[in-house]
Design a binder for this molecule. Structure first.
Ligand code: MN
Length: 384
């Protein structure tokens, strides 16, 4: 038996963050649709027995008419492969929700209540248990209340949304919070979870396998790196194998570059071009330039941005540079900082070898930075 598990697609998400260019949100929303379609296409091609969507398929209770028409068509294209949906905190099942007010094709099964219920397919051994958020906060927490019939020979799996507490910090809002031990039920082979956007296996004290699939396409710099969905294979001996399938089209990435050693803008451009990039249709990058900026290329940042921006779908080039210190001017100052610089410059002049000179130059740089009350980026030489 083969199942496909995905969650947290957030179709129609706004992507409205300050500084994003015109058209960016539209391209991101299109990528969410493309990736969602490719997940269902994989299900069809691999002969899946069911698709499990563990909530937050939509970003809001009500999706746009166009998005609903798209999703309906994609579900219809699955033919007789059933789709099980456990509505989450972003797309709860309410009387006015898209889930309740849309005419879904016959293969779509939506959980509608904030308590465990089950679907059994005629002609299949599969039983799928799940529940729905009935509002942004669920009215009753169903975790710990699932009971299974003893030894009925069927394959029991679950699909649900919520916050497993071992990986949530106390300040973070918890939605239908639970502990792994409460959600693991003897006889439940697999629980398909949604809510956390990173793929994660949850350890359980019994034989239940439990995973967050994470989102199949990143939504922000907080979701950097390639994203996946999961293929679940259950063999005749009820052994469960989970295979992550890469799915993201556009991949968020963040980098920091220490520009202190760079003599010209060309060095900065070369460093950005050399950054390891994910294999993706589009790269969405935030690159933070830090360290000191030599006088020669102060004021060249716009030109650097224009030179490298075409290799990204979107580039946020963050200027965290400090202007380079004019050490010779400092050395002429009649101040304790001037005396410090003169002393170190003299020691550098009489250093016994290049290693010592490099250490002393770093000491000079660190001392001046400390005097100015600013921090320096860590370099290899400091890690020891
Ligand atoms: Mn959620």
């Amino acid at each position: 038996m083969r199942l496909i598990h995905t969650a947290d697609i957030h179709l129609d998400a706004s992507f409205a963050t300050p500084g994003m260019p015109a058209g960016f949100g539209g391209r991101r929303r299109q990528a969410l649709r493309d990736v969602f379609r490719s997940v269902l296409h994989h299900a069809r091609k691999q002969g899946a027995d069911a698709v499990l969507i563990a909530g937050d398929l939509f970003d809001e209770e009500r999706a746009s008419a166009d998005t609903l028409a798209f999703v309906r068509a994609e579900f219809t294209a699955l033919g007789d492969i059933p789709v099980y949906i456990a509505p989450g905190n972003h797309d709860p099942y309410t009387a006015k929700s898209s889930y309740a007010t849309t005419a879904w094709p016959a293969n779509v099964r939506i959980f509608t209540e904030p308590r465990w219920t089950a679907f059994e397919e005629a002609g299949s051994r599969l039983t799928v248990h799940g529940f729905a958020f009935d509002g942004p906060e669920i009215s009753t927490n169903p975790y710990g209340r699932l009971t299974l019939p003893a030894e009925d020979g069927r394959i029991h799996v679950g699909v649900a949304h919520g916050s497993e507490m071992s990986c949530v910090s106390t300040e973070m809002g918890a939605y239908a919070p639970f502990r792994a031990a409460d959600a693991a039920v003897d006889g439940l082979l697999y629980l398909a979870l949604g809510h956390y956007h990173a793929m994660r296996r949850i350890e359980t004290p019994n034989g239940t396998l439990m995973y967050y699939s994470g989102t199949p396409e990143g939504h922000s710099f907080g979701e950097a790196g390639p994203r996946r969905f999961l293929q679940i294979d259950i063999d005749d001996d009820r052994r469960v194998t989970v295979t992550p399938i890469p799915s993201s089209r556009h991949v968020y990435e963040t980098h920091e570059i220490d520009c202190s050693p760079f003599a010209s803008a060309q060095d900065v451009v070369d460093a950005i071009r050399a950054l390891p990039g994910p294999e993706a249709e589009g790269r969405i990058a935030r690159i933070r330039l830090q360290g000191s900026c030599a006088e020669a290329w102060q004021g060249e940042l716009q030109r650097i941005y224009e030179a490298v921006a075409p290799q990204f779908d979107f580039l946020d080039l963050v200027d965290a540079l400090e202007p380079a210190e004019d050490l010779d001017a400092l050395a002429r100052e009649q101040s304790s900082l001037g005396a410090f610089v003169r002393r170190l410059q003299e020691e550098i002049r009489f250093a016994v070898d290049e290693d010592e000179a490099a250490r002393l130059r770093r000491a000079l740089e660190t001392g001046v930075a400390a005097f100015r009350g600013r921090t320096l980026p860590i370099r290899g030489a400091d890690r020891g």
